[in-house]
Ligand binder design. Structure first.
Ligand SMILES: [Zn+2]
Ligand SMILES: [Zn+2]
Length: 369
């Protein structure tokens, strides 16, 4: 939620109270108070739960309110059973909507099992066919259940009980990269908003920002597992979330989440949750406030690419604070910076590799080996 809006609401509230006060009529004050409550659009009958299911490297999000449920993605092939069992544990009997954000296996791999196990009213997919067994399995399962595939268009609106969602992406029909075909939705429940954009990269983000839609959200499901190919600074400012959730696997080979994205989120004061560290994360909204089943992650440690791309994290440009006297480099928030003499302090955007070449070594406290 943007600070400006909150502030404007607060000011109106103060003016309203002041107006009541100056009328000096106690009855009217009571009436005004009650009226204010009952007419509030955020007075919801149910709660909305958003479950960011831990599927390792991949995505799967269950949204539930009352008897209504929808699922966005279902992780890799081998996670299908886990996702089905998770839905069982939450007493899901039927899915109003199934969204396959895009045909990559870390999103639709497990979806055939979900489609086999649960009836659904509608299956969404972007208009992109992929020549993979994974894709064929999903299509076959849908055919088997006689479910029609719907290719949603931007600005279409759907209701889920008292909640509703609007399609915000994809805005074009052709992309060179399958991630940019990702279906994006803005989910609204009372005053609370959640933005999901699959693996959308900068090209799709630009389009979302370019077509006058309100992308402002309380919770941002971070694009592409926290990869620096998405979540540009401009996009993050537009969304201006209070909370962000990153779905990725511990020790994934891509080094997700990337330091650039974590740094941006941190700089914007966003509270971050991550499935690689915290497992399945659940947010609950009453239409006004969002509560979480755990505290946000505090360590801000980026992933380390493994295998053939090992050591790439060390090549990532970052802001460091150097102590020119002790020849140590620190992260900007390291507690040992407090006592550092001004004349020894130097700020630098560099890679660890470069700093080491200059004879610097990492602070054990904030960076380690
Ligand atoms: Zn993905
Ligand atoms: Zn992808």
């Amino acid at each position: 939620m943007k600070g400006k809006k909150k502030y404007a609401g607060f000011c109106l509230g103060i003016m309203f109270i002041a107006a009541l006060y100056f009328t000096g009529c106690a009855d009217m004050q009571n009436e005004g108070g009650q009226k204010g409550n009952s007419s509030s659009k955020a007075e919801m009958q149910e709660e909305l739960e958003v479950h960011f299911i831990d599927v390792g490297q991949g995505d799967s999000t269950l949204i539930q309110t009352g008897d209504h449920a929808m699922l966005i993605d279902a992780g890799e092939n081998e996670k299908g059973i886990d996702v089905k069992e998770y839905l069982d544990s939450q007493h899901v009997e039927k899915l109003d909507y199934i969204i396959c954000t895009h045909p990559d296996s870390d999103h639709i791999g497990g979806m055939d099992i979900v489609i086999d196990a649960f009836d659904s009213d509608m299956i969404f997919m972007p208009d992109l066919k992929k020549d993979t067994r994974t894709y064929d399995e999903v299509i076959d399962s849908a055919k088997e259940k006689q479910e029609k595939i719907h290719y949603p268009k931007v600005s279409e609106e759907y209701s889920l009980g008292e909640a509703k969602f609007t399609v915000v992406a994809p805005n074009s029909a052709d992309y060179s990269n399958s991630n940019n075909y990702s279906i994006g939705i803005l989910l609204e429940y009372g005053e609370n908003k959640f933005l999901f954009v699959g693996d959308a990269e900068e090209e799709s983000e630009e389009e979302m920002m370019g077509n006058d839609m309100d992308l402002d959200a309380d919770v941002y499901k971070v694009s592409h597992h926290g990869s620096s190919t998405g979540t540009s600074e401009a996009f993050l400012r537009e969304v201006s979330p209070d909370y962000a959730v990153i779905s990725c696997g511990e020790g994934n080979s891509y080094g997700h989440p990337h330091a650039e994205v974590l740094n941006e989120l941190r700089a914007e004061g966003v509270k971050v949750f991550r499935t690689d560290e915290q497992g399945t994360i659940v947010a609950t909204s009453d239409g006004k406030e969002i509560k979480w089943n755990m505290s946000s992650s505090e360590d801000w440690v980026a992933g380390e690419p493994t295998g053939s791309v090992a050591g790439k994290a060390k090549e990532t440009m970052q802001s460091y604070v150097l102590n020119t006297n002790t020849k140590k480099y620190h992260l900007p928030d390291c507690s040992s910076l407090e006592g550092m003499k001004k004349e020894n302090r130097e700020e630098r955007k560099a890679t660890e590799e470069e700093l080491k070449k200059e004879g610097y070594s990492p602070c054990q406290k904030c960076i380690g080996d």
